[in-house]
Design a protein around this ligand. Structure first.
Ligand code: PLP
Length: 512
């Protein structure tokens, strides 16, 4: 391999450290959970509905897991149904309960800071005749109990409220909401997904009717959720088929995932012992950020907040560029909930707490977890300091939505496509682009224009931003990276892709 090529590859592996600060998006699967799941995958392949020995063992494993989930949230095991994810749990309750009450009663009260699995389901139900009212929240995302109570009327059958918000961490007073609801004979669904494993959950003591949970937020597997339905509360199946889950949720059960969920719940008390340490690290982190950039705004509340979550606005710092820079240094944070990460719209949660569109684009969420160490926090704050104090070069980020005809056909923009040959065969290139594979990018440097805006693209937006930083380090002043790459652009602008992709593409010849 040539020396020039080696220089870029060295750049590629420069930051080997990995700091995961996005535990609200998902968590790693713990070794205890992995062991349990491996055992089930290896030895327990019987269908829990069958009647012979190996199937009976599968059925037992499922019931053990159900007990463990029930214990962790203080419910009875017959009140727990396994689902494919919490999105399904939320859908199941909202649709089933609406169906039960409509048309005698039509109104659901919720908050504007719910997860999309609630908001989008409610908006769908609105098209079916359900009346949805959102109770406003304050600057820190707290619901006023008095305002909530005022919204309740004779037509109301359900209040749906998230226990802890995933973007800002605000915890709602679910026991008080349930008390108010009971006085008015209204049912309550609490979305406990983000809070479970971070604060104690006690569905019986709180007196709620329904609650949703997801294993992957507490070091369990993805693809399995749970739904708590209080004994006697109305619930009808919304997936029809076999008799699984007592006839409430048809479909052969994902046994290894369910067993993994149970194992994760077995560790719940251990998880909760990390709370104070994590809260302390978060405090240190926010204090240091304030020292580094005194105008940063902490959107998460001081009180009634998840111990691990902090949401911060950095005035005049674009969050996409900041996240890419952090990612480049091995630090994973996010700008909002993972479910909205591919959207170009401002976060509905940040808007609901009063942030301007501009501020939502200057905001990131940091969520710590059990494995987060003081060293991780020191490293992350050092990277922030270097960035804010100008010791790290900036790369501009372009979202798929922003990449319209005026950028594609701008004379001053030079589109550099760094995908390897085999990926180019899968998706056509952007019009007007110049192809040069990333691994040998050094060989092409002399022919790239330093006086133009160089927009670097690749298939998914990862390799391109490494190349973008590399170009900055080589004296290119105006460099951008296309977030989510050609895949993201095609998804966002399928019309432009159909019309222009693959046109006027130049294959660069490497300098010898
Ligand atoms: N509710 C909240 C508050 C969440 O944070 C999430 C996921 O981020 C969900 C629901 C959806 O969970 P799942 O990924 O299991 O569908």
């Amino acid at each position: 391999m040539e020396i020039r090529q080696l220089e870029f590859l060295k750049h590629l592996v420069r930051f080997k450290r990995h700091v995961y600060l996005d535990h609200n998006a998902t968590t790693n699967v713990s070794s205890h959970v992995r062991r349990k799941m491996n055992h089930v995958l290896k030895s327990c392949y019987g269908n829990p509905s069958s009647l012979y020995g190996i199937a009976r063992r599968s059925a037992e494993i499922m019931e053990e897991a159900r007990e463990l989930v029930a214990d962790a949230i203080h419910a009875d095991s017959h009140e727990i149904y396994f689902t494919g994810c919490a999105t399904e749990s939320n859908n199941a309750v909202l649709k089933s309960v609406s169906n039960h009450f409509y048309p005698q009663k039509k109104k659901v009260i919720s908050t504007p800071i719910e997860h999309p699995s609630v908001i989008n389901t409610l908006e769908f139900l609105r098209t079916q005749g359900i009346v949805v009212e959102y109770c406003p929240v304050d600057r820190h995302g707290r619901v006023s109990l008095a305002d909530l109570e005022k919204l309740i009327d004779e037509d109301t059958f359900l209040i749906c409220c998230v226990l802890a918000n995933s973007e800002i961490g605000t915890i709602q007073d679910i026991p008080a909401i349930a008390r108010i609801a009971r006085q008015h004979h209204v049912l309550v669904l609490a979305d406990c997904v983000q809070a479970f494993g971070k604060i104690p959950v006690d569905v019986h003591e709180w007196g709620i009717d329904y609650a949703s949970f997801s294993a992957h937020k507490l070091y369990g597997p993805k693809g399995v959720g749970a739904l708590y339905v209080k004994q006697g509360s109305p619930f009808t199946p919304f997936i029809h088929g076999g008799h699984q889950e007592d006839g409430m949720r048809a479909g052969t059960e994902s046994l290894h995932n369910i067993a993994g969920f149970g194992a994760a719940c077995q560790d719940i008390n251990k998880l909760l012992t990390h709370t104070e340490r994590i809260r302390g690290l978060k405090r240190q982190f926010t204090q240091r950020l304030k020292e580094i950039k005194s105008d940063c705004v902490i959107n998460s509340p001081e009180e009634h907040c998840l111990p691990n979550t902090v949401n911060i606005t950095f005035p005049n710092v674009n969050n996409a560029g900041l996240m890419a820079m952090l990612d480049y240094r091995g630090i994973a944070v996010s700008a909002g909930s993972a479910c909205s990460a591919q959207e170009d719209k401002p976060s509905h949660i940040l808007k609901a707490i009063g942030l301007s569109d501009q501020a939502t684009q200057e905001t990131i969420r940091v969520s710590l977890g059990c494995s987060t160490s003081a060293r991780d926090i020191r490293y992350t704050t050092k990277v922030f300091r270097d960035y804010v104090e100008g010791r790290i070069l900036h790369v501009n980020m372009i979202t798929p939505a922003q990449l319209n005809e005026s950028i594609l056909f701008d004379d001053q923009t030079y589109i550099l496509d760094v995908r390897p040959q085999f990926l180019r065969r899968k998706l056509k290139s952007l019009p007007n682009s110049h192809e040069a594979p990333f691994a040998s990018i050094d060989k092409y440097l002399p022919q790239l224009p330093k006086d133009k805006h160089v927009l670097v693209v690749c298939q998914g937006g990862y390799l391109s931003y490494i190349v973008a930083y590399y170009l900055r380090s080589k004296g290119f002043e105006h460099v951008s990276n296309l977030q989510a790459g050609v895949i993201g652009w095609k998804a966002r602008h399928s019309d432009l892709y159909q019309e222009h992709a693959g046109r006027d593409v130049t294959v660069l010849q490497s300098a010898r």
